[in-house]
Design a protein around this ligand. Structure first.
Ligand code: CMP
Length: 139
């Protein structure tokens, strides 16, 4: 195991539902160090670019609309085995399939409004972190 980084967003449904503090508390207590963090309301163009990999999927248009519907909290997190451990902490994409106690099981509303995003590989963690943060915004 090596110390590495992952990227997360607390999504509009969870920010709107006042779950930001509870979710950050779970993340910090699970041993992740916050390297960078900000709250921002992304445009549909930026949301579309972020999720470009899903462009051909039937849910892409709705996903872009949803992700630009309200503020998100974006963060870069550091921990040993960060990508894999964070995906365990958040649970399956579909909250109905997420393990009990995971962030999505606790806070997600649906497969689309699923409370949080977590990178699926070290490579994507770097791409996604670079999408949102400059070098000056990281500690
Ligand atoms: P995320 O982990 O951020 O990655 C892609 C997002 O697309 C996912 O979380 C959900 O918000 C959304 N998504 C994935 N699968 C579906 C689906 N079948 N229907 C609607 N939205 C989905």
């Amino acid at each position: 195991m090596t110390t590495n980084r992952t990227f997360t967003m607390i999504k509009p449904d969870a920010v709107e539902g006042k779950h930001t503090g509870a979710i950050l508390d779970i993340i910090i207590k699970a041993g992740f160090r916050i390297v960078a963090m900000k709250l921002l309301h992304i445009s549909s163009e930026k949301a579309g670019a972020f999720y470009e990999v899903h462009k051909e999927r039937p849910f892409y248009k709705d996903l872009v609309k949803y992700m630009s519907s309200g503020p998100v909290v974006a963060a870069i997190l550091e921990k040993e085995n960060a990508v894999e451990d964070f995906r365990k902490l958040i649970g399956a994409t579909d909250p109905a399939k997420a393990a009990p106690g995971t962030i999505r099981a606790l806070f997600a509303k649906s497969i689309e409004a699923n409370a949080v995003h977590g990178s699926d590989s070290n490579e994507n963690a770097k791409i996604e972190g670079d999408f949102y943060f400059s070098m000056l915004e990281r500690v």
